[in-house]
Design a binder for this molecule. Sequence first.
Ligand code: PMV
Length: 323
Amino acid sequence: MSPVWEFEKRAPSNIAFIKYWGKKNGKQRPINSSLSMTLKNAETKMKLQAFKDQRFAFDFLFEGERKPDFQKRIEIYFEKIASLYPILREFSYRIESSNSFPHSAGIASSASSYAALAKCLSSFLKELKVKELPHESYLARLGSGSACRSCFSPFSIWEEEDFEQAKSFPRGQMPPLGDTIVLIDKKRKKVSSSMGHSFMDSHHYKEARIKRANLHLKKMKESFQRGDFKSLGELMEKEALELHALMMTSEDPFILFSSQTLEIIHWVKKMREKLNFPFYFTLDAGPNIHLISLKRDQKKLQSILLTDFPSLEIILDEQGDEV
Ligand code: PMV
C-alpha cells in the first residue's frame, strides 16, 4: 500500500537555562515559566506517512529499528492529538525517526522528536483542511513540555501568560553562544522526566521553587537585554543546581548526576578564575554537562577541557539560527 500523504520535517533540541520542573495538576502545563536555547546541530529528522485505513494503527521505526517503548509513547501521543482532531483516526501511520546525535547523550531527544512530529502533524492537518489549527508548538507541548520550546530559535520562552505554547524570545544584546556538551554517561536515565515532574506535585519546596524560577526569569530577561553573559551564566548555574536539589529533596529522593559531573563542575569553577574568558555549566535531568560559552571562545574551551580530561567525549553545538 502506498501512502496518501508523506511529510518529512526536522526539529532541533534545546537546553533550558530556566528549568521546567513540575506540571500543573498533572496536565501538560508547567508550574513555572522556562527559557531555553535551541541548538543548531542536534536535531531529529522525522518522516510521517499516512495511509487511508480502517484502523488507527502505527508502525514506528527509530533509526531503522522497532522500539516498543517509543512505539507506546507515540501511540499515546497520537491518541491525544486524535481526541482533538478525530479525522486523524481515518488513517494508519508509518513513522521513521533518526537523530543527528547519540541517544541519551544529555541532549533532549524527546524535545526534538515531538517538535518534529508536531510539525509533520501540523502539515498533515493543514492538508486535511482542518481549520483554526494552533501553532505547532501547541501540538509539540502535548508530547513533551520542553518540545514546545524547540519550535523557535535561537531562544524560546514558555511563559505563564500563555502556557499553551512557547514563543520566540528576543536575544537582545547577547552575543552568539556555544554549547560544549560533555558526555559523562550515555545510559538511560534511572528516573524519567515524567516521574520527576510528578514528584513536584507534593514537593515541600514547590511554592519556593515557583518564586525562585520567576525571580531568575526576570533577572535573566534583563541579562539578555543588556547582553550580560556573566549574569546569564550565574543564573543558569543556579537553575541547574536547583533542579538537582529539587530531585534530591523530593519525598522519594533521587540523584541523577555522578561523581564525574561534580568533578567537572568544580573544574569549571576553578578554571573560570584562572582563564580570561567566561563559561558556565548547566545540566539537564541527567549526569551530562552543557558548558555554555561565547561562541568565539568555544574552541579555546574545548582544547583546555581536553587537555585536562583527554578521554572525555564531547559534542560541539551552538545556538540555532534565527527562524
Ligand atoms: O519536557 P520534559 O517532560 O522531558 O521535561 C524536561 C525537563 C528538563 O529538561 C529537566 C528541564 C527543561 O526545561 O527542559
